[in-house]
Design a protein around this ligand. Structure first.
Ligand code: GTR
Length: 398
């Protein structure tokens, strides 16, 4: 199981602040050849593209640029879902390329009380569409026999609908079944990359494939007459939080980006080496990052980037990073610090980052253009998280 692997690794993990090896973070506002970045224009034209290509080649990997044929088939459009308050749509998206086909099943709930195009939370699910709600009409996702409603506590559908937002979700396995033995079933097969051995050192693997999936769902949302595609809130938890940050960095169409407990390779600073490290994650999940990322196993100091620079790639769009106090494996403090440091770029835009490097009290969100909270509890997605994400979206979209 997922947990067995990491309980074992966690034994050797460091959680002691006094044992963090001394480190210097790469300067966000200085190019690799030492030029200072002092304006938005220099950021957008010089430094941002430079960082984006380093993250692509060394961390997450490239996706082939080939244009894939896409078709949408509406399987369901029901106006009396969620006790009549929502419209449920289910869309089968078929991707074809090089004679190969892959399918993704999109589930959406849209609020009936909003008469204009709606903003939508786009959030992939871990266990299959049927697990987000006990709604008996959800078509089960391929690759999952998990029971209906199994993950419903993470999906407060009514709360989201009442607040005037839509919800869009896909089982993340549709883009890459999350296992090192399942390349052949993934979306990478469309590009002739059916096995691990075929992927080049800077080639995208699962995280790149999931991020590609987020962008392809965005393509669909742009075509849906009920959706305001300029107000899509991209959200991901844990490995999908790493993914939402990467998708947000690579695809500027997402209006707001939220990372829930994304940890190592997500919002947490790699150089702190608290909880999960680059070495542990690349061993436990060799299919997530690009192969080049393994160069930095136990050599975090040699990384040309750190994760505050990933967060900065979201600027000037609103960004929310959240941690959970007992989720020490994700290094809440490391997530907080990188979020604070990313504020430098927001400042260039004349916007407010977190404006502090002191961690806030638990359950007390800081909510500027950049937001952060550390809630009580374990690794999970809770009502507290959602309530604050809705507040944040209201603040910037309404
Ligand atoms: C863990 C992994 C984390 C995080 C988490 C999750 O096993 O070590 O990086 O991604 O899974 O996705 O729930």
């Amino acid at each position: 199981s997922l947990l067995a692997g990491h309980a074992q690794e966690a034994d050797e993990a460091n959680y002691d602040e006094s044992k963090i090896p001394p480190y210097t973070l790469p300067a966000l506002l200085k190019t690799s050849d030492g030029r200072e970045i002092t304006t938005v224009q220099q950021w957008e034209q010089i430094r941002r593209p430079e960082l984006l290509s380093v993250f692509t080649e060394q961390v997450y990997g490239k996706m082939p640029a080939d244009k894939v044929d896409v078709s949408y088939k509406k399987l369901d459009d029901n106006h009396s879902a969620v006790n009549g308050s929502a419209t449920r749509k289910q869309i089968e998206i078929t991707f074809s390329h090089n004679g190969i086909e892959r399918k993704a099943l999109l589930l959406m709930y849209l609020p009936n009380h909003v008469k204009t195009k709606v903003p939508v939370f786009l959030h992939f699910n871990f266990q299959g569409n049927q697990t987000v709600s006990s709604d008996p009409d959800i078509i089960p996702s391929q690759y999952s026999d998990r029971p209906r409603g199994n993950q419903a506590s993470r999906w407060p559908v009514e709360k989201i609908i009442d607040a005037g937002y839509g919800l869009a979700t896909v089982h993340y396995f549709d883009f890459f079944p999350d296992s090192k033995d399942r390349y052949a079933e993934s979306i990478l097969a469309l590009f002739g990359h059916p096995s691990e051995g075929d992927i080049p050192a800077d080639g995208g693997q699962a995280i790149a494939a999931w991020a590609w999936g987020y962008s392809r769902v965005m393509d669909y949302l742009e075509t849906d007459w009920q959706v305001d595609a300029s107000t899509i809130i991209l959200m991901g938890h844990s490995r999908l939080g790493k993914t939402s940050l990467w998708a947000g960095a690579t695809d500027p169409r997402f209006a707001i980006v939220i990372s829930n407990e994304s940890g190592c390779g997500g919002a947490a600073l790699s150089r702190r080496q608290v909880g999960e490290t680059v070495n542990r994650i690349n061993h436990a999940f060799p299919h997530w990052f690009c192969k080049n990322f393994r160069r930095y196993n136990k050599k975090e100091g040699e990384l040309p980037i750190d994760q505050h620079e990933l967060l900065a790639l979201i600027a000037p769009r609103p960004l929310y990073v959240a941690s959970a106090e007992e989720d020490r494996w994700s290094d809440p403090k490391g997530e907080f610090l990188s979020t604070a440091y990313a504020g430098e770029v927001y400042k260039l835009y004349g916007m407010k980052g977190l404006e502090t490097t002191t961690m806030p009290t638990v359950n007390m969100p800081i909510m500027n253009r950049v937001a952060y909270h550390n809630r009580t509890g374990v690794h999970d997605v809770t009502d507290f998280d959602w309530e604050n994400y809705i507040k944040f979206a209201d603040k910037w979209l309404k």
